[in-house]
Design a protein around this ligand. Sequence first.
Ligand SMILES: NC(=O)c1ccc[n+]([C@@H]2O[C@H](COP(=O)([O-])OP(=O)(O)OC[C@H]3O[C@@H](n4cnc5c(N)ncnc54)[C@H](OP(=O)(O)O)[C@@H]3O)[C@@H](O)[C@H]2O)c1
Length: 213
Amino acid sequence: MAVRPRVIINAAMSVDGKIALPDGKGVRLSNEEDLRRVHRLRAAADAILVGVGTVLKDDPKLTVKSEYAKGRNPLRVVLDSDGKIPDSAHVLDGSAPTLIVTSEESGRSFPRAEVMRLGKDEVDLQALLDRLAARDVKTILVEGGSTVIWSFLRKGLADEVKVFVSSRVLGGQAAPTLAGGQGVTSLDAAPRLRLDRIERLGDGALLEYAVVR
Ligand SMILES: NC(=O)c1ccc[n+]([C@@H]2O[C@H](COP(=O)([O-])OP(=O)(O)OC[C@H]3O[C@@H](n4cnc5c(N)ncnc54)[C@H](OP(=O)(O)O)[C@@H]3O)[C@@H](O)[C@H]2O)c1
């Protein structure tokens, strides 16, 4: 059986841990130094994965920008159980190979993307990793958002967490944080990370963690 892909979570957050504005609208928290790092990371990955919430709020392209890094575009993977991605979304523009992962119940098809149906209510992440491994995906960059990052951490399916901490404070009770979902009910149940590296990047800081198993 193929080896499970290495899962790297990457995100940018404010000093107060927010990854977007209180209304969920995305903001560019990365500075130029961090954007260069992120695009290199993308170019080195086999797949970039986000949830449909990120597509609906930010409409990201999820490609490698040539001004920041050289390299081919990895496979774009979007978790979209009900098939809610609008036809106009950048991930459906045909500029890079794209895989939309829906639940088994969804009947939606996407003319410019491949569709994989996995799981009942939400996408079964373990099954997805197995399927991606079988097609030789070795590294997956999970770029958000809050709910998806929490899912990977809660299920013990992430290997690394890279967080760029910008020098902004966004505030707002409702602003999404690095990890959302249900959260834990005790510290014992909290996923544990090991801080491996800290680097100053311009006016921000990059924190790199390994997930402790
Ligand atoms: N600063 C950063 O680095 C950064 C990066 C990316 C996003 N963001 C921000 O993050 C926010 C979006 O986060 P979000 O939490 O709303 O949405 P999200 O994590 O992007 O997507 C969550 C959705 O994915 C679908 N999904 C399917 N299977 C799943 C599974 N196994 N686990 C988790 N989700 C699954 C679910 O919707 P269905 O049930 O409908 O399928 C779920 O509601 C935006 O505000 C965006 O700006 C920030």
